[in-house]
Design a binder for this molecule. Structure first.
Ligand SMILES: [Zn+2]
Length: 251
């Protein structure tokens, strides 16, 4: 088999699994669903996984996108993705979580925040609910400041700055996360209302501004320890998180 024939076979397989979502600046290419069995609290749960790429230029066809992949240096930038559970498009109610990437919390299990705990909790709640989606937002590290800046912010926090003050001292606004891409992907996967799992009113506002139909909010409890109590308190006092659950999570 020649290279050319191999490529055309790959393209014919992939073209049904790529969806183009037009955006104001270009297009989002959404690839999936891909069956993803996940180990969750000792059980194996199967999600449907999708990944997306936001491009400024719209390719004339999927073949062009596939041809460009090897030159795009994608490993140098993080891509976002979404884990979908159940009959997401059609279920009467679906539970949504917009999870901001946290290298230290999600991967290392850092106790300075409770992201890793919340990630697993939100996956579990989606499964219990029967239908939902967990959006894993790769450009949201450290509330949008990036991992390297977050390391510097942590050093400031070890020297009496709170989370908000540390970000501001480094020249960042407190929270620079953007949900536009994720909401466009959500709309491509489901048009019915959703319940958003969050304690953060900014997320509710961002979803509503983007025209998302919200049927409600579900609280997400955090994992409080001596290492993150100041961080969680700052979120309530400084970042406007809803404190009505007494203990707030860090979304
Ligand atoms: Zn975290």
């Amino acid at each position: 088999m020649t290279d050319m024939r191999l490529e055309s076979k790959a393209i014919s397989i992939l073209k049904d699994k790529i969806e183009l979502i037009p955006t104001a600046e270009g297009a989002i290419y959404l690839v999936g669903p891909i069956k993803l069995p996940v180990s969750l609290y000792g059980e194996t749960v199967t999600f449907q996984w999708y990944c997306w790429l936001n491009c400024r230029e719209v390719a004339k066809d999927y073949e062009e996108i596939i041809h460009k992949l090897s030159d795009m240096n994608l490993a140098e930038m993080q891509q976002s993705s979404v884990l979908v559970y159940g009959d997401f498009a059609e279920a009467e109610d679906a539970l949504i979580r917009m999870h901001s990437i946290c290298h230290t919390g999600d991967i290392f299990g850092s106790k300075r925040c409770d992201c890793g705990f919340q990630l697993k909790q939100s996956m579990q709640k989606i499964v219990e609910h029967g239908a939902g989606a967990l959006f894993y937002l790769a450009n949201h590290e450290g509330r949008g400041i990036g991992l390297f800046s977050k390391a510097m912010a942590y050093i400031l926090q070890e020297n009496d700055y709170d989370t908000v003050e540390a970000n501001q001292a480094l020249g960042f606004v407190d929270d620079s996360r953007d949900y536009t891409d994720a909401i466009q992907v959500l709309k491509a996967l489901r048009t019915k209302p959703v319940t958003l799992m969050t304690n953060n009113p900014r997320k509710l506002a961002a979803m509503e501004q983007a025209g998302m139909q919200l049927s409600g909010r579900a609280a997400l409890w955090g994992d409080v320890s001596e290492y993150n109590e100041n961080y969680l308190k700052t979120k309530i006092v400084r970042s406007g998180h809803l404190g009505d659950e007494e203990i707030c999570s860090n979304d």
